[in-house]
Design a binder for this molecule. Structure first.
Ligand code: GLN
Length: 539
């Protein structure tokens, strides 16, 4: 089958969940027997979101090949169970960089380099790059931003050209918002009509409209939208608020989104039936879980919950597969002190010490870790959280009172976390961390080895600093064991205090590989430990 290109655009307002709609469609097409990939085009000028503040753009997701990506790629992986790469996330910055590089090399010699055709051609080339591998029946391309933004204009122009060139093999799904005016008790479709007009003004006729709404949109109203916007009435689909984002594929399937896409692209029908058995099993457990598990997440970006998206989703998946309802409590590390740590952490069944950068909020993490260690609380340190575990242990157990990471205190006499020599000369901030998936060999019998059921794993990284080898022996003798290491470099990947029930820190980020259909084993193991503690408390 020829590769089909589905473009997902958005209008009226941002944050409508284009990523969730794209992911849901991908899940449905997979369930109908097609191969699918999703990519995101972001209109900002940053080369990648790696240097963006989590408050601005939420979490930075990391792909196996070490690309710092938009958090939507996390949704794509969690919904589809298929890994993404650098090719799945392109920004305006990357497009311009590559056009400017070509200009300097002389590739356009004699020509004036312009947005049309040079930038748009480069966008088109990137849109088709994954399709040209021949591996996918469908390539879903999400265009970031909203129609009418200055930044997204070149992307929309590229979509217009591609739709023209590809004919039936391309399709545009436009996502809009239908507000409900409480005072008038009325749903309003005017913003949708205007948004579609704006899309038509740049030459794109949407084929399917997905209307985000908080209340049911009557069929008559959907028909009206269809008439105004030149689309088939069956192709006007509502996306009602759902109790969980993972319900969205079912809501879309019930309205025939996958059928419409297959029909409009003239795709051969692989399977009349959507195989959603495993997906439904997860959802059933999610809906039926009544008993609560309380997990505290200690971090400094708690105001914006998207900053810890992959962790909160990995926890939700783990809790669901343990048949528990997740109560995730965000605990601000800047505000946590010895005076209130007991009150804040004692009600928890497990505690996560979050990743992060810089000094701010770090002392609160030490306070939490000391309390957790002394109360045998199931504790999971991730990346900076693991580094804090090491520092706190050095200070309190090994008696190195000024132990620190050289990220926080370059002059510390006990640099238990430090830069590796080869990283010391790096001056660029963007894309220069240890990024992407690396092998890790686990110690037989350790918690992670038992959890994964294997001694060799591959997990993703995003950090500069490392456990300092010079202190390894001292830590091991004092009771903190290095139970995971990189087989080639010997870098410490996982620490554990075996004396405690579940006290594990990973230099890598296991949350990035956790998906709905294959939850991360270490999160499951942590969740089981939390349940054990909860049960003990009940007795
Ligand atoms: N700031 C730490 C480092 O760069 C940890 C990074 C993280 O938690 N992702 O090594």
């Amino acid at each position: 089958m020829e590769t089909k290109y589905i473009f997902v655009t958005g209008g009226v307002v941002s944050s409508l969940g284009k990523g969730i709609i794209s992911s849901s469609l991908a899940r449905l097409l997979l369930s109908r027997g097609y191969s699918v990939t999703i990519q995101k085009f972001d209109p900002y000028i940053n080369i990648d979101p790696g240097t963006l503040n989590p408050y601005e753009h939420g979490e930075c997701y990391v792909t196996v090949d070490g690309h710092e990506a938009d958090l939507d790629l996390g949704h794509y992986e969690r919904f589809t169970n298929i890994q993404t790469t650098r090719a799945n996330n392109v920004t305006t910055g990357r497009i311009y960089q590559s056009v400017i590089d070509k200009e300097r090399r002389g590739d356009y010699l004699g020509k004036t380099v312009q947005i049309i055709p040079h930038i748009t051609d480069e966008i088109k080339r990137n849109v088709k790059a994954l399709g040209n591998t021949g591996k996918f029946d469908f390539v879903i391309t999400e265009i970031g931003g909203t129609v009418g933004d200055i930044e997204s204009t070149p992307f929309l122009e590229a979509v217009r050209q591609l739709k023209w060139e590809l004919g039936k093999n391309a399709l545009c799904i436009h996502l809009t918002y239908v507000p409900f005016l409480k005072a008038a008790k009325e749903l309003k479709t005017k913003p949708t009509q205007h948004s579609v007009k704006m899309l038509q003004a740049v030459g794109i006729q949407p084929d399917i409209l997905v209307l985000r709404t908080e209340v049911e949109i009557p069929a008559g109203m959907r028909r009206k939208v269809a008439q105004f916007c030149n689309v088939d009435p069956r192709a006007v689909i509502q996306s009602l608020d759902a109790p969980s984002i993972y319900e969205v594929p079912l809501l879309m399937h019930a309205q025939g989104l996958d059928d419409m896409v297959i029909e409009l692209t003239g795709s051969e029908v692989r399977s009349q039936h959507a195989d959603l058995e495993a997906w439904n099993n997860f959802l059933r457990r999610l809906r039926e879980a009544k008993e609560v598990v309380n997990i505290g997440l200690v971090g400094k970006y708690v105001e914006l919950q998207d900053a810890y998206k992959s962790i909160s989703e990995a926890l939700l998946q783990a809790a669901t597969y343990c048949d528990r309802k997740l109560n995730l409590v965000y605990i601000h590390s800047e505000k946590l002190t010895e005076a209130d740590v007991d009150e804040k952490l004692a009600p928890m069944d497990g505690v996560i010490i979050a990743p992060g950068f810089g000094q701010r909020g770090i002392e609160g993490k030490f306070v939490a870790l000391k309390w957790c260690r002394e109360h045998n609380m199931p504790t999971f340190g991730i990346c900076l959280g693991m580094q804090c575990m090491v520092i706190e242990y050095a200070r309190d157990v090994l008696g190195m009172t000024d132990a620190n990471s050289t990220e926080m205190d370059p002059k510390t006499t006990h640099n238990v976390i430090d830069l590796m020599d080869e990283q010391k000369s790096i001056s660029n901030m963007g894309g220069t961390m240890r990024l992407g998936a690396y092998d890790c060999r686990l110690k037989p019998g350790s918690i992670p080895a038992e959890a994964y059921g294997t001694e060799m794993v591959k997990e993703r990284h995003r950090h500069r600093f490392e456990f300092n080898h010079e202190y390894r022996r001292a830590f091991e003798e004092a009771g903190m064991k290095c139970v995971g290491e990189n087989p080639e470099t010997g870098l410490v990947e996982v620490v554990q205090v075996p004396e405690l029930d579940w006290f594990v820190g990973t230099q890598y980020h296991p949350e990035y590989s956790s998906t709905v259909l294959s939850p991360n084993p270490l999160f499951i193991s942590f969740m089981k430990a939390a349940l054990k503690r909860a049960e003990k408390k009940e007795k």
